[in-house]
Write a protein that binds this ligand. Sequence first.
Ligand code: CAO
Length: 417
Amino acid sequence: MSNVIEIKVPDIGQSEAVDVIEVLVKAGDTIAVDDPIVTLESDKASMDVPSPYAGVVESVSVKVDDKVTEGSVILLLKTEASVEKPAVTAEKIKEKVADIPTAFQDTNLGVGADPRVRPEIADNLHAGPAVRRLARELDLDLRQIPATGPKGRISKEDVKNYVQARMQGGGGGFAFPAVPQIDFSQFGTITIEPLSKIKKLSGANLHRNWVSIPHVTQFDEADITNLEAFRKEHKAEVEKQGIKLTPLVFIMKAVAAALKKMPQFNASLSADGASIILKQYIHLGVAVDTPNGLVVPVVRDVDKKSVLELAAELASISERARNKALKTPELQGSSFSISSLGGIGGTAFTPIINAPDVAILGVSKSSYKPVYDKGSFVPRLMLPLSLSYDHRVIDGADGARFCKQLVEYIEGVPLSL
Ligand code: CAO
């Protein structure tokens, strides 16, 4: 025999009224046990209330922005179930809330930055579990989605509109052909090793940055003969303080000066693509090669620190990156990034932009080259630079100007510690 029963707000672990931020069912819907029926939001968390019974919704008694407490009627349900004991408990709801990942590693170069978990740690981001789940399923970064709900809340509608806009803007009917599944053992012996967690997370972000940003890479060279002579002169003395002096810290100072001169490189594109967000701070993401994969810790306020301070900080963060000892905030907030492969080798490469930055500098290995000067060739130590920039924000001419400016700053960087 069927009953019509009231489904009420269960014990949610607090006595204060909470907001209804989403109503997930309507009259006539058939629901199963544990199907979410409303999303509630307190000051601390948002939570889905699952249905304790299966049945058909007769009517819904709450609407968005209502305030409810334990015992408030949510809906009337026609059910065949026996209704002795409601199945929903505070523990069950808490379990559901705990389902949502709460931490992530944002390395920005994409690196380590998993877009599916990223939104969950954004402090002032308002979105219910259902919206967060949807964003995770679609691999979307919630912070990119313009919110239209009350108190700046992101609704399901906002997510749908965002996806639609993205498809209209960039889809064009184009779809990637699937990568063929091949059994390589047919060609010879193989072994299969799982990718590290960092590689999986960074891979997703590098892929996103590579396909979603129109990259251009500009190449140049800076004469670091004098810089290198100065560095070598002071290397031993600095090492006594436990600090390793490499060309990179001088390059970081020169980059900071160039970013001050050309702030459009120290910027991000707004989520709707309609404006540029210029940053008044210079925080440089520095790519660090670790046994587990690429990590990009951030050195803050590079323009305000001395060469020695930067060298000490760089050594500390790269060591901690390799020991997996970095804290989440140390991986966030870069305004421009540097990937230096100079200690390894190579003459040039095309670094992938560390979104939401709009540019990244690649540094390759310096080598002596004959440079024509006043009628003769002289040996000079030349440093190869590769600047990748987002062509939506930066024109080619500015890309070339930035490189020229950077070369001038590297060649004239104050030779002091
Ligand atoms: N040209 C020539 N020599 C260079 C150089 C350059 N551009 N840059 C560094 N070197 C030298 C250093 O001076 C040092 O030699 P000495 O000990 O004789 O002085 C040696 O190379 C090793 O330097 P280093 O790599 O340990 O230090 P760094 O400050 O240059 O770089 C760090 C630090 C953390 C950036 C680096 O160790 C690293 O991890 N680089 C890899 C970054 C990476 O993986 N990028 C790819 C990202 S995309 O996949």
